[in-house]
Write a protein that binds this ligand. Structure first.
Ligand SMILES: Nc1ncnc2c1ncn2[C@@H]1O[C@H](COP(=O)(O)OP(=O)(O)OP(=O)(O)O)[C@@H](O)[C@H]1O
Length: 234
């Protein structure tokens, strides 16, 4: 087997010295989607924030492409071909769509070369390039987040609840975009509560309950959905 693009080993992490995550370990390979499932407040966002360096782990090790990045600064981690789409609407509302997309690549020339990636993912975004991002619909803002990640042509994507509040056709479009990225070899860590969406794209799953992984495996059949649903019920 190839070595993982992202490796999380024995991570304990939280806020103010306490631990929300306890002994979390997972590996992500190139060209696969691993979904991390769990109810509200179980620690899913804390996990991606810890990987990105926004929350410092109290113990454990995180490696990107085999290099230790535990406790590295977020801007240094972000330079390592990893794209993070946070759960919060992390777009710059006063900037245009194009200016938001530029943040994914660094300059306009490169963005121009890669606008085809945006058009292939979500043609409507091209029509909106000069529009202020804050005036996009909620669904379009989520699409912009995903497009910004895509134009950076990352090897790893960390995606936190992108499907939340979206209509089914938009969710299906997101699923297609993620499958295409996976088929190009991107390793995707997909944080989700939408079980149908997550299992329609993921190759593997892990369930977080109160900061611990309580179940994990391959996404195989409808049996998996039935088996996992209990973890997501309120
Ligand atoms: N900045 C913070 N300071 C203190 N506690 C926090 C902070 N952010 C999150 N928490 C707590 O950590 C726990 C896990 O939160 P986290 O956001 O990781 O959960 P989640 O599984 O992503 O849930 P959701 O789906 O609701 O976003 C919660 O109890 C939350 O209140």
């Amino acid at each position: 087997m190839s070595s993982p693009v992202l490796s999380v080993h024995g991570i304990c992490s939280g806020y103010g010295g306490g631990n929300i995550l306890r002994d979390i370990s997972l590996d992500l390979e190139a060209g696969e989607i691993l979904t991390v499932l769990g109810k509200n407040g179980m620690g899913k966002s804390t996990l991606v924030k810890t990987i990105m360096g926004f929350v410092k782990p109290n113990s454990g090790r995180i490696a990107l492409h085999g290099d230790d990045i535990t406790s590295a600064e977020p801007h240094k981690i972000a330079r390592r071909s990893i794209a993070y789409t946070p759960q919060e609407f992390a777009i710059f509302r006063e900037l245009t769509v194009q200016e938001n997309l530029r943040l994914g690549v660094g300059n306009d020339d490169l963005l121009k070369q890669r606008l085809g990636d945006v058009e292939a993912a979500f043609p409507r975004m091209i029509e909106r390039l000069s529009q202020r991002a804050g005036t996009l619909s909620g669904g379009e803002q989520k699409m912009l987040l995903l497009c910004r990640a895509i134009v950076s042509r990352p090897q790893i994507m960390l995606i936190d609840e992108i499907s939340e509040g979206l209509q089914p056709t938009m969710v299906e479009r997101m699923a297609e975009i993620l499958r295409k990225a996976r088929d190009r070899g991107v390793g995707i860590l997909l944080i989700e509560q939408n079980l149908d969406f997550a299992l329609s794209v993921a190759d593997r799953y892990a369930v977080i309950q109160i900061g611990e992984i309580v179940e994990s495996g391959r996404v195989a059949s409808t049996e998996t959905a039935a088996q996992l649903e209990k973890h997501l019920r309120i």
